[in-house]
Ligand binder design. Structure first.
Ligand code: THU
Length: 130
């Protein structure tokens, strides 16, 4: 699975984004260590604060399928926007070193490591031993 293919899958998924309130449509495609890809879209609600981002949709789909190791995520928006802080934190739980590929609608992309987008993240190591 190349990053280009991952971008294409995120772009296809984006067609199902439910964003009638913001009109900001987001598609994501998450690659796990098993080689599987889980897509996600943002899903908004008339109760605005209940919107869920595309990245977290993909993450919870992957974990629900038994995946615990994230390798890369592609995110496609109109303008190549970057994942919000909440999504960075959720992704870091399962892929602190994963690649984050951000593409705009024309396919132009840039790539980060999640560890650069969210340095010194709060993780399992910060919690007391149980
Ligand atoms: N959104 C995402 O899906 N991912 C992000 O990283 C940023 C924001 C969604 C949430 C909401 O549906 C819309 O974009 C505008 O904030």
């Amino acid at each position: 699975m190349t990053d280009k293919e991952l971008i294409a899958l995120a772009g296809q998924a984006r067609a199902n984004a439910y964003a009638p309130y913001s009109n900001y449509r987001v598609g994501a495609a998450l690659l796990t260590a098993s080689g599987q890809v889980y897509t996600g879209v943002n899903v908004e609600n008339a109760s605005y604060g209940l919107a869920i981002c595309a990245e977290r949709t993909a993450a919870v789909k992957a974990v629900s399928a038994g995946e615990r190791e994230f390798v890369a995520i592609a995110v496609v928006t109109d303008n190549g926007g970057s994942p919000c802080g909440a999504c960075r934190q959720v992704l870091a739980e399962f892929g602190p070193q994963m690649r984050v590929v951000l593409a705009d609608a024309s396919g132009k992309s840039r790539t980060y490591l999640l560890s650069d987008l969210l340095p010194d993240y709060f993780g399992p190591a910060n919690l007391p031993k149980r």
